[in-house]
Design a protein around this ligand. Structure first.
Ligand code: SF4
Length: 184
């Protein structure tokens, strides 16, 4: 199986979720958010097709990373390969964040037609959901661009069957670090 990526894996990011993370930039998005920061990732024929084995090999050789972050583009336009990637990441002990222009509710709707979307959510630690809305842009927000977007704690959300957000209190960065083992 292959995945279309916009760029090689990018390690050592500290702005795409808690801790030190490797970002997987997927190619392809049709949400068309005005003022999107990554318009070069929209073309579904752009970027490059990469074998999943190559991605897994890259993940195997990561050093000093707390987890991976799926971004783009919108990873959910490639549900088959991203599902395999999140499964593999979990298997080797990485936590997983995913940015998507779909809302959580829309992802669940997609899951009614294709169960892979629901399975995917089980492997996600934090889902950053919703389109970027320029009118709601706020530079003070944690790990997201506009205030409509949410940092959804997926394990707690699935367990309680209601949306649980990551709290944004003082010290939250330290609390959610790998050292504290709040992520698996
Ligand atoms: S979902 Fe993300 S990549 Fe897609 S248009 Fe919106 S901001 Fe850009």
């Amino acid at each position: 199986m292959q995945i279309r990526l916009a760029a090689p894996l990018q390690s050592d990011s500290v702005v795409d979720g808690f801790g030190v993370r490797t970002v997987i930039w997927t190619q392809g998005c049709s949400h068309n958010c005005p003022f999107c920061h990554n318009p070069e990732t929209h073309d579904f024929e752009g970027g490059a097709l990469i074998d999943l084995e190559e991605v897994f090999n890259d993940l195997d050789h990561l050093k000093g990373q707390d987890g991976i972050t799926l971004s783009g583009g919108d990873p959910l336009f490639q549900i088959d390969p991203v599902l395999e990637i999140v499964k593999y990441a979990k298997k080797i002990g990485l936590n997983v964040w995913c940015y998507t222009g779909f809302t959580y509710e829309q992802v669940k709707e997609l899951g009614k037609k294709n169960k892979k979307y629901l399975e995917f959510l089980k492997y996600i630690d934090v889902l950053v959901d919703g389109k970027f809305v320029n009118e709601l842009k706020d530079l003070n927000l944690l790990f997201r661009g506009s205030s409509n977007q949410r940092l959804i704690d997926m394990p707690k959300t699935l367990k309680s069957k209601k949306i649980v957000l990551i709290p944004e209190s003082d010290g939250i960065m330290e609390k959610y670090s790998k050292k504290e083992k709040l992520f698996i």
